[in-house]
Design a protein around this ligand. Structure first.
Ligand SMILES: C[S@@+](CC[C@H](N)C(=O)[O-])C[C@H]1O[C@@H](n2cnc3c(N)ncnc32)[C@H](O)[C@@H]1O
Length: 228
């Protein structure tokens, strides 16, 4: 199943399925992402693979609507679903485009955020190059993504839980295939150390990550520092 087909199918139920599949935990994880960003008024952030714009709205809520957010996603159905939510609608710019070819000038954004999106990118290195290009000097890259649990017991429990996600998809959305794809992309995604190495192989500097829930989820951070 192609990535586009997956998100075409899940778009209308995306937000509710996110709550059900993560037992609401994605809300907490995204708040930790915004905590690490240390949002400031007048920041302009880009939420890539932004889907329905959940992360962008969490940022805008923290800055009481005083910042600006661009939500960028190649799937028009996800974007259309996001536009139905009118919260902070004047502060969000919606752009349909993939992470591999961002239609923005260099040095545009204060921060690049991607939440549960990188594992869907068709070319991670090219996308990281685009992230670097569109960030202002000193700008920050943040990636929230499923990762590898440190503890064997946690990892086994998580694998059992993952195996029932397609069943939930079948019951709620009427199709298990998109959810089989989602769990496959999670298990294929590099470990937190290997993803750190991939980011370090680009121009980004000061690459760090934090584990959440024993590493089931991790947030990677990197900075655009221009050598003088
Ligand atoms: C699991 S959703 C995440 C949505 C949102 N960021 C969130 O955390 O709720 C993954 C998103 O990645 C998008 N996507 C797929 N391929 C992409 C690509 N090459 N570049 C950018 N986004 C992509 C999908 O359209 C989908 O909206």
């Amino acid at each position: 199943m192609e990535t586009k087909e997956v998100f075409d199918k899940v778009a209308s139920k995306y937000d509710i399925m996110n709550d059900i599949m993560s037992l609401g935990a994605h809300r907490y994880w995204k708040e930790l992402l915004i905590d690490w960003l240390s949002p400031k008024k007048d920041m302009h952030i880009i939420d890539v693979a932004g889907g329905t714009g959940d992360v962008a709205r969490r940022f805008l809520k923290r800055v009481k609507g005083k910042g600006k957010a661009t939500v960028c996603d190649p799937n028009e159905f996800m974007v259309e679903e996001g536009k139905k939510n009118r919260t902070y609608k004047d502060k969000i710019e919606w752009v349909v485009a993939p992470a591999e070819e961002l239609p923005f000038k260099e040095n545009t954004f204060d921060a690049y955020l991607v939440s549960f999106g990188v594992r869907n990118y068709s070319n991670i290195k090219k996308s990281l190059g685009e992230a670097y290009r569109v960030l202002k000097p000193g700008g920050s890259f943040y990636c929230l993504e499923f990762s590898k649990a440190k503890n064997e017991t946690v990892s086994s429990a998580y694998n059992i839980y993952s195996s029932i996600i397609p069943v939930m998809g079948k019951i709620i959305v009427g199709d298990e295939e998109p959810y089989k794809y989602l769990t496959k992309t999670i298990s294929n995604f590099p470990s937190q150390e290997n993803f750190k190495k991939i980011i370090e192989s680009t121009h980004f500097k000061e690459v760090k990550y934090r584990n959440i829930f024993n590493g089931i989820v991790a947030i990677h951070h990197a900075t655009k520092i221009i050598d003088v």
